[in-house]
Design a protein around this ligand. Structure first.
Ligand code: MV4
Length: 508
């Protein structure tokens, strides 16, 4: 029985776990850095425990400090959230060794899926389709050259210890192979302290589709369907949705079964995600397992009605899963926009600063997961995710319309955010039609951000306000509704302020 949980994280995910604790009658305690003393999760929790100074390595990444905080505050379990220590098997082990419950997979399962080459071997053995490639770390380029001749170019060189695209190199001809291999090795060595690399056939025009799974301690495992995660930039997801337009009910069943094979093969428990690449013909290929709760888990929650954090806590408490596979089928459509403290008009460079005023969207079908409070300082110590905006609709079109509405209600003054980027994206025909793959955002970025790059603050704001007004009108006309009225001076000032990150005059 878990009575008190130490939340070893910050920001929106710490708030999310506090809420699940409250719903279960469990006492939440938040372990935090000195910089986060007055943050929303600390205020909402029963207690806060200071880990150390602002830099993550002195606070959120300090394993001993986190375990000591859990013991000192009388917790019986630790929830790691995502990032930080969440996928660190040594930490999971240290938590258990201290007599605490780790709310996540066993350390052994984390290790089994942590090494990319090992995971590929494991999955191939379990009958999960993997991307054609080598199943061993190649000591030299000869094996890779032989594979490339067999499979045909282009190939992709990947770091064995890697993830997140580091150490990846596309090779389009034999002439490029040796130099690419040298670069990949030194990049892998630098990033992971391991220069092991292997090769796969390069898949092009593919989507990133992942399956949410959860498994209990009794050998029961259920999949909760897919998330479409192709809209990303430099391995940073920007928008996720559930379900995926590329997945039919039959493919969902088959990919779900494959994900469950992956889970069983690795001795997995708790919530996890099995990532696939999906080619144009609808063939899934195993990519990797994420041994944690993911940022984008709420889109799955919105279409399945399952509280994933609650389920995590329940299975970690030793209770059986409270739902069965037959009870799960996606209802409606959910979209998530990641709101970042970055300026989309200048290459998504970070935008630290103080939040001077804040208006959060709400209303039918809208969910906001955030720790934002007016007065908060967004610092460069942590990642740029300041809010997740979610919209649910009975169908995808309704979800998109609600997302546009919510994005326009959302006002963050004091810093620039990715809200204008999302407004632009939600208005795109390719997005509406589901015509995108993992390279679409990179391909389309100059066009997506051209209006934002038009000039200084006021010119930019005026251009975007005009664009917003134009799509509002066209939307109203397409629906056969009355044309939208001109923006009131208040609304126009708000929109301009949203684009510039400044506080509108006389507002808030
Ligand atoms: C691939 C691929 C194409 N072909 N492997 C990116 C990070 C790592 N998890 C694996 N990744 C990829 N592996 C083969 N054989 C394309 C990617 C990839 C990617 C995958 C999912 C989402 C976004 C991506 C962006 C660039 C490359």
């Amino acid at each position: 029985m878990i009575r008190r949980i130490l939340i070893a994280n910050r920001g929106e995910i710490a708030v999310r776990v506090v809420r699940a604790c409250r719903d279960l009658g469990i006492s939440p305690v938040v372990a935090h850095s000195e910089a986060d003393r007055d943050s929303l999760p600390v205020r909402l929790a029963d207690a806060g425990v200071t880990l150390g100074p602002a830099p993550a390595r002195s606070s959120y990444l300090d394993q001993q400090a986190v375990v000591a905080a859990a013991k000192a505050s009388g917790c019986d379990a630790v929830h790691p959230g995502y990032g930080f220590l969440s996928e660190n098997p040594e930490f999971a082990q240290a938590v258990v060794a201290a007599g605490l419950v780790f709310i996540g997979p066993p350390a052994a399962a984390m290790r089994a899926v942590g090494d990319k080459v090992e995971a590929r071997r494991l999955m191939a053995k379990a009958g999960v389709p993997i991307i054609p490639g080598l199943e061993e770390r190649s000591a030299d380029g000869a094996a890779i050259a032989a594979f490339a001749r067999r499979a045909g170019y282009p190939i992709l060189i990947k770091a064995a210890a890697g993830g997140g695209g580091k150490g990846m190199r596309v090779v389009r001809s034999e002439a490029e192979l040796q130099p690419a291999l040298r670069l990949a090795r030194s990049e892998a060595k630098g990033a992971f302290g391991d220069d092991g690399v292997y090769a796969e056939k390069l898949l092009e025009g593919v989507r990133h589709v992942e399956i949410q799974v959860i498994a209990d301690a009794f050998g029961q495992a259920v999949h909760l369907g897919e998330r479409e995660c192709s809209l990303q930039r430099r391995h940073q997801k920007l928008v996720e949705e559930a379900p995926s337009l590329a997945v039919t009910p039959d493919l969902r069943r088959r990919m779900g079964e494959l994900a469950l094979l992956a889970v069983r093969a690795s001795g997995y428990r708790n919530a996890g995600t099995v990532e696939f690449l999906l080619d144009r013909e609808g063939n899934p290929y195993f990519m990797e397992v994420n041994a944690r709760l993911q940022v984008e888990h709420p889109v799955t929650e919105l279409v399945t009605g399952i509280d994933l954090v609650r389920a995590q806590i329940e299975v970690a408490s030793g209770r059986p899963l409270s739902f069965r596979q037959e009870e799960i089928s996606p209802c409606g459509w959910a979209i998530e926009c990641r709101i970042l403290a970055e300026d989309p008009a200048s290459g998504f460079h970070p935008c630290p600063g103080r939040i001077t005023a804040l208006r959060l969207p709400a209303g039918p079908g809208v969910r906001v997961d955030t720790a934002l409070q007016a007065g908060d300082e967004i610092s460069l110590h942590y990642d740029a995710l300041i809010a997740k905006l979610l919209a649910w609709g009975r169908d995808r079109d309704e979800a998109i319309r609600r997302m546009r509405r919510a994005l326009l209600e959302f006002q963050v003054a004091g810093i620039r955010t990715t809200i204008p980027f999302h407004v632009e994206l939600m208005g795109r025909e390719d997005f509406a039609a589901g015509r995108f793959d993992i390279a679409w955002v990179d391909r389309t970025l100059p066009d997506l951000t051209s209006k934002l790059e038009a000039g200084g603050d006021d010119a930019v704001a005026a251009a975007v306000a005009a664009a917003l007004f134009a799509w509002e009108r066209s939307g109203a006309d397409a629906d056969g509704a009355r044309p939208a009225p001109a923006l009131s001076p208040w609304a126009a000032a708000g929109r301009r302020a949203q684009m510039s990150g400044r506080l509108p005059k006389g507002w808030a």
